[in-house]
Design a protein around this ligand. Structure first.
Ligand code: SAH
Ligand code: TYD
Ligand code: ZN
Length: 407
């Protein structure tokens, strides 16, 4: 059992789950690159003082985010619609003053900021992965290709003035130097400004058993309680929290300077709910660790049974999550010969660590397998609607969150 120091408050972090040796989850490889792959121990724990759940070991940020970063946020229709909605909401609420300014940390391919740019509102995306930053720039988004921290924030403030909104989605929990990020936001925001971020929810992962959301990029696993404590430590206050349906269930947090805004009733309601359910109690975490081991046993047993019956299985979707589950369960090509994914940059590559080949979606029906292991389970509706022919041909979907089931 490893104990380490909390990245937020310096408290002691107690480990509760170990998902073994794992690669970087978005480090899709070409077959000849498989030899020198980077591995680290993927384990999570909770801080005894502030409750923040976090990785015990971390992968250096420049190994995760670089010119070959594979995740393109605009790849899913539901994500495009969601982020356009976010942009429209900011344009109608926080960005209505004279010459407003919004900064997005981790703007990726411009999925949110392109709508802001089209509206002619001043904005800046901060995006270290230069390949996706270039895609955003081609859509008319202004981008600074750097890692956000307190120095970048000071430089942005000096050049552009203060920001009314700082936004981040599926990015803030990726940044190990979270203290520097919050000091940067303090330097950057106007007195009445807000920092809004949407991130995977600890409740979804622990109570919904979405253990495959645990991987190198997700350094932190936020709850309303731990975000509220973190905000207070850096002179801010959590003034709103709302459920968001992306990635199986996230929360959008709104943070303002202490005393600047009246907290919405949702904050206290969500906090009470977390406490009543015992979300952050050590027993809850221990139970999660044991249940995840059982899901692994069930899934591996099912795949062996299918193979013994002479039936076929193909993986559907190669999200970062597929790296966690295949490496944790030891799923290699003898159980799942390949995975289909719509992202051109992943096709022709191998899933990190487990080395399942990634093929285009057309390979799925050529011919249909007997079973499809749905790695992109958070897009189940969109994918099953698109792939109706599979069930019509007698195929069955396999899911493993929150438990293994076939149908
Ligand atoms: N906002 C998009 C993309 C999330 S992927 C969405 O919700 O779908 C996370 C992005 O954060 C990546 O594009 C990565 O390059 C970027 N990122 C990682 N660390 C960062 C940092 N310190 N500052 C700014 N962006 C960062
Ligand atoms: P996603 O769950 O959005 O990301 P993460 O890597 O953060 O876990 O990834 C979904 C993956 O599924 C992505 O690689 C694209 C793929 N996909 C398809 O192949 N077909 C589809 O219809 C959809 C919606 C996604
Ligand atoms: Zn702490």
């Amino acid at each position: 059992m490893t104990t380490t120091t909390c990245r937020v408050c310096d408290g002691k972090v107690q480990e509760f789950a170990d998902l073994g040796e794992q690669p970087t989850a978005n480090g899709f490889l070409l077959p000849h690159e498989a030899e020198n792959e980077f591995f680290f121990r993927l384990a999570v724990g909770a801080c005894e003082l502030c409750g923040m759940v976090q990785l015990l070991e971390e992968v250096p940020q420049d190994l995760r985010y670089h010119a070959g970063y594979r995740y393109h946020a605009s790849g899913s229709a539901s994500h495009r619609a969601h982020f356009e909605g976010n942009a429209r909401r900011f344009l109608a609420t926080e960005l209505t003053g004279t010459d407003p300014f919004i900064v997005e940390i981790g703007c990726n391919d411009g999925v949110m900021l392109s709508t802001v740019a089209d509206a002619g509102v001043r904005h800046l995306g901060v995006e270290p992965s230069s390949n996706v930053a270039a895609v955003a720039a081609a859509k008319g988004v202004r981008v600074l290709s750097e890692f956000f921290d307190e120095d970048t924030a000071a430089a942005i403030r000096a050049e552009h003035g203060p920001a009314d909104v700082v936004f981040g989605a599926n990015t803030i929990c990726h940044i190990a130097h979270i203290g520097s990020v919050l000091r940067g936001i303090d330097a950057l925001l106007t007195p009445a400004g807000v920092f809004v971020f949407e991130e995977p929810y600890l409740g979804t992962i622990i109570e919904g058993l979405a253990f495959d959301q645990i991987y190198d990029e997700h350094v932190f696993y936020f709850s309303v309680e731990s975000v509220s404590a973190m905000a207070a430590q850096f002179g801010f206050e959590l003034v709103d929290a709302e459920h968001v349906p992306l990635h199986g269930g996230e929360i959008r947090y709104t943070i303002a300077r202490q005393g600047a805004r009246t907290p919405a009733p949702a904050v206290a309601a969500l906090l009470d709910g977390e406490r009543a359910r015992g979300l952050s109690r050590p027993e809850t975490f221990q139970r999660f660790g044991r249940t995840v081991e059982r899901v692994r046993e069930d899934l591996v047993a099912l795949l062996h049974k299918i193979r013994a019956e002479g039936k076929t299985v193909v993986g559907y979707g190669a999200p970062g999550k597929s790296s966690t589950v295949t490496n944790y369960c030891g799923i290699t090509t003898d159980l799942v010969p390949f995975v289909c994914d719509s992202t051109p940059g992943k096709q022709g590559h191998l899933v990190p660590g487990s080395h399942l080949p990634v093929r285009p979606p057309e390979a799925f029906s050529d011919p249909y397998p007997d079973y499809a292991l749905l790695f992109a389970w958070n897009h189940a509706e969109e994918i099953m609607a698109k792939e109706q022919g599979f069930r019509e041909a007698g195929g069955q979907w396999i899911r493993y969150v929150p438990e293994v089931r076939v149908g």
